[in-house]
Design a protein around this ligand. Structure first.
Ligand code: AMP
Ligand code: GLY
Length: 419
């Protein structure tokens, strides 16, 4: 089978790395990919957002399955497109991807179907939004409605900050059209985790779950990023918690989406807050998490292709994948200045100097002009991943290997999976 993975982050590199282990795949492509995906696949120089050119390439190369990594093309209808042309494609349709692409849509869905989440209201009028902020008082969480690369959420600790956040989203349009509507939400307390389910629209197949570190600095300080590291499983995870998440949140959502004529196929990623063993939903994403995917794929012992094909064919109930008992930890190396402005084009050295059992998944990297040269070209540059019998063992392995990799301005957190 010829397979195309769409995207260029470390999530997509992890998907390519895992799919490359499948004996059923004869040829693997990644579009546009990066300097890491070339190690296991052939990069196609086509942007993930360019659905027309992807479609042409799929026809010309005889690609038989498309696996979509990022949310952008899902929200743009890449799945609808390939379904129309008869190419098997893994991911939700445009209508189903609204669960991530519009927080106003998803919050309304949770409220209508009684899915436990933070109390909130949605506004398209600035004055009304500000009145609500004054009524509720701080702390509040202010969210832009649309896609904002994980940055459209502002945690306001004071009333002044909350009012400023509403103005920034709706008046200064810091997140562009994503901020035409604003969601104002109660601040939930507890422990945060990411739960992933693969679904064909009926059957829910959970993967192992994870924790993500969203802030740029140690101790969860500084601004939010796309994610600076993660580990699996969360130290507070129990099978009882997993059962609650599935029965109270995931299954009702899959049923709700079917009832709303937006049947959901693909990966459903629930961002959850756990308080006293009770899960509440923060948000859904319509895809694997990044950096979570990079630490979930190494724990999957079964063939990812079998799971994907079963989800597409509506036969997920027949699949029972095996997961490794080992803990997996991943740390993101980012460009200096990220998540603000940063420079790119710096050579990366030491990529071959890491231990054999340490995985380096590439994100913002590209192949340079000199032989074997790899250059930085994005904010998050690499995900460095290791497994171990304990969290401490995996953590030690990573932090012993990270200093061997260099690029100018590199930054990473020192406290991933440290409790
Ligand atoms: P989201 O994009 O909605 O997942 O929000 C990004 C991050 O903001 C989450 O991962 C949480 O850390 C935080 N967050 C979002 N909503 C809330 C909330 N209602 N209460 C507390 N933290 C939140
Ligand atoms: N890990 C955060 C995200 O993928 O949205």
């Amino acid at each position: 089978m010829k397979v195309l993975v769409v995207g260029s982050g470390a999530r997509e590199h992890a998907l390519v790395w895992k799919l490359a282990q499948s004996k059923k795949i004869t040829k693997l492509f990644c579009a546009p990919g990066n300097a890491g995906t070339v190690l296991q696949s052939t990069n196609l120089n086509i942007k993930a957002s360019d659905i027309a050119s992807l479609s042409t390439a799929v026809n010309e190369l005889g690609i038989e399955l498309v696996v979509v990594g990022p949310e952008g093309p899902l929200a743009e209808g890449i799945v609808d497109h390939f379904r129309k042309t008869g190419i098997p494609v893994f991911g939700p349709t445009q209508a189903a991807a609204q669960i991530e692409a519009s927080k106003a849509f998803s919050k309304a869905l949770f409220q209508q179907y009684g899915i436990p989440c933070a109390e909130s209201q949605t506004f398209s009028d600035v004055a009304a939004a500000k009145d609500y902020v004054k009524l509720k008082g701080a702390p509040l969480v202010i969210k832009a409605d649309g896609l904002a690369a994980g940055k459209g959420v502002i945690m306001a600790e004071t009333l002044a900050e909350a009012l400023q956040a509403v103005a920034s989203v709706m008046e200064s349009k810091t997140f562009g059209t994503a901020g035409e509507k604003v969601i104002i939400e109660e601040k939930l307390r507890g422990k945060e985790m990411s739960f992933f389910a693969i679904t064909d629209g009926k059957t829910v197949l959970p993967t192992v779950s994870a924790c993500d570190y969203k802030r740029i600095m140690d101790g969860d300080l500084g601004p939010n990023t796309g994610g600076m590291g993660s580990y699996s499983p969360p130290y507070f995870y129990t099978p009882e918690l997993g059962k609650k998440i599935i029965s109270k949140i995931i299954e009702p959502t899959i049923k709700a989406m079917a009832a709303e004529k937006r049947p959901y196929q693909g990966v459903l990623y629930a961002g959850l807050m756990i308080n006293n063993g009770e899960p509440k939903l923060l948000e859904y994403n319509a895809r694997f998490g990044d950096p979570e995917c990079q630490i979930i794929m190494p724990r999957l012992k079964s063939d990812l292709l079998d799971i994907i094909l079963a989800a597409i064919e509506g036969k997920l109930e027949s699949v029972q994948p095996n997961w490794s008992e080992e803990v997996c930890v991943g740390v993101v190396m980012a460009s200096g200045g990220y998540p603000g402005d940063y420079k790119t084009g710096f050579p990366i050295s030491g990529l071959d100097d890491v231990d054999k059992d340490v995985m380096v998944f590439h994100a913002g990297t590209k192949v340079g002009n000199k032989p074997r040269e790899v250059l930085t070209c994005g904010g998050r540059v690499l995900s460095v991943v290791a497994t171990g019998k304990t969290t401490e063992e995996a953590r030690k392995k990573i932090y012993a290997n990270l200093p061997r990799i260099h690029f100018e301005g590199a930054q990473y957190r020192g406290d991933i999976a440290k409790f």
